[in-house]
Design a protein around this ligand. Sequence first.
Ligand code: ASP
Length: 291
Amino acid sequence: MPRPIVVVHGGATRFAEKHHQAILRAVKKAVITGMCVLDKGGSAIDSAEAAIWVLEDTNLFTAGRGAGPNRDGDIEVDAIVMDGNRLESGAVMAVRDIVHPISLARYVLERTPNSQIVGTGADKLYSQMISEGYRKEASRNRTLQTQMAEGCDTVGCVVVDSNGKMVAASSTSGWPGKLPGRVGDSPIIGAGVYANDIAAASCTGKGEQILRIIMGRMAVLFVEEGLEVQAAAEKAMQLLREKTSGEAGLIMADSNGNVAIGFDTTHMPVAVLGHKGDSVYSSMTPSWPLP
Ligand code: ASP
């Protein structure tokens, strides 16, 4: 029986040192929350939504309460959740100013026959989700964002439950000052996120570059072709470097509960729970193998 595992990241970028402690507390809280959901009998998808929700609820990342404005000063957010066992995903893109797009992405997956809903369609779907009582409306209050990271810092998550079922997810407002309507890799199946019954990956970094090599799908494919999950993560990073000018990072897990981490930016805050009893591993610069 595989070990249940929850892994989250807070974006491949560079963060000012004064924010490191708060960021590490947030990623730890996210994995503890995700594991608590699994312990209480929740599914991998329940766990992933809860873990991302915790990160969205801080103003530490360019996601959720920390979402940054586009060129015109509007907030547009993207999110995806992919259920590896069903090979199905739900994603929302360029939704106007909501705090928990991860829940709307899950709504797309579970309550619609579609996989990707964008723009005004997603705005309307959010109202429908709230009026149906699927999730409660979260206050959209934001203190004006002090930029914590030098670039962008999407949040992401990979969960393996005790049956080896995997879910990968991601939530972001994309690059600060982006063109209105711009969508990067994060909510795109196969690019920012991919999961099947073999492995799961959640990527972060320069979205336009990650898209070019469909990084999440490639990373999982490398596991299908026989690589250990850490070797697969490294090969995906190498592919990105060889083919693009991208900087990026990714977290991965396989159906046996093995975890992998790769990044080539200054920081990529990560927390992992489940690889070693009850202790949480967290680091701004995670190293391999995990202690
Ligand atoms: N990949 C995201 C995007 O391009 C940014 C990030 O991961 O920090 O929108």
